[in-house]
Design a protein around this ligand. Structure first.
Ligand code: MF3
Ligand code: CO
Ligand code: CO
Length: 275
């Protein structure tokens, strides 16, 4: 079913359904791309304030990405023309930056994807705009816990389904809904590659995790039901029941011992509050 392909060097990689297995050069490339993603997300923290528009934040992401020697992988991706995705409150993912201004009490996801020297960093965090109600802050905290519990499953010999099982168990223990329509993914020289990393799954199912696999884990967790609806812009996904939704994303690599997180914040700002 799922085949593995060992990546040796500069060969052309195809989205052919194979799971790529990388060596030291791949880890070095992903460390640099992941580090830049984390630095961009760090720098955004003090700027996420009432009154700032999502378009202004997108400009900052684009400039920081270019200054870091990278390009935003989203730019020109399937007709998308922005440098990041910004998803506010009941927006689940792929919110398009624009004229909308943030307001006190909003919860906001910013998802950045620098492509640096041929390697893709992909990471997102939640930000709290001013004072945020406890219910929303708890959703954000539990969503971060879901991401980290998923990451804890990652080691050689574990199965892909172990990740989703850990995430689903924790989210549903809080009576939250796990979004099914969008998944984590393999990445590396390709932005979205096999395997699909689902965030609700049965433990012990799916392909075996092997050293050298690169993937994202990016659970979207809803305060209400899991169901999503697409807006007519073709990108923005929102919760059907208008409940709040939160998401965190890291890019990771499977190592002999467990895993390495490429997109950890160098300043410890992995989850809010950031100061
Ligand atoms: N960064 C998103 C992910 O985690 C993908 C965004 S693609 C876009 O996979 F075109 F919507 F920006
Ligand atoms: Co991703
Ligand atoms: Co992303």
């Amino acid at each position: 079913m799922n085949q593995y392909q060992t990546v040796t060097g500069d060969e052309t990689l195809l989205r052919d359904g194979t799971i790529k297995l990388h060596g030291p050069a791949g880890f070095e490339g992903m460390r640099k791309a992941g580090r830049l993603a984390a630095e961009i997300l760090d720098a955004l923290a003090p700027m996420v304030q009432p009154g700032v528009t999502t378009g202004e934040l997108d400009d900052v992401v684009r400039q920081m990405t270019l200054d870091g020697g990278a390009v935003p992988a989203t730019f020109g991706y399937r007709g998308y023309t922005h440098s990041c995705c910004i998803s506010i409150n009941h927006v689940v993912c792929h919110g398009i930056p624009g004229d909308k201004a943030l307001k006190e009490g909003d919860i906001v996801n910013i998802d950045v994807t620098p492509l640096l020297d041929g390697w893709h960093g992909d990471s997102s965090r939640m930000y709290l705009v001013g004072d945020v109600p406890l219910k929303a802050r708890r959703l954000v905290d539990v969503t971060y816990e879901c991401l980290m519990l998923g990451i804890e499953q990652v080691k050689p010999g574990a199965r892909l389904g172990d990740i989703g099982a850990a995430i689903q168990a924790h989210a549903e223990a809080h009576r939250y809904g796990v979004v099914r329509e969008f998944c984590g993914h393999g990445l590396g020289r390709l932005f979205h590659d096999a395997p699909e990393v689902v965030h609700a799954a049965k433990a012990g199912t799916g392909p075996e995790l092997r050293p050298g696999m690169f993937l994202t884990i990016e659970p979207m967790i809803n305060l209400g039901r899991p169901w999503v609806k697409m807006l007519s812009d073709g990108w923005t996904a929102v919760t059907r029941d208008k409940s709040l939704s939160a998401q965190f994303e890291h890019s990771i690599g499977v190592t002999e011992e467990g895993c390495e997180i490429f997109t950890l914040s160098p300043t410890g700002r992995d989850k809010p509050p950031y100061e």
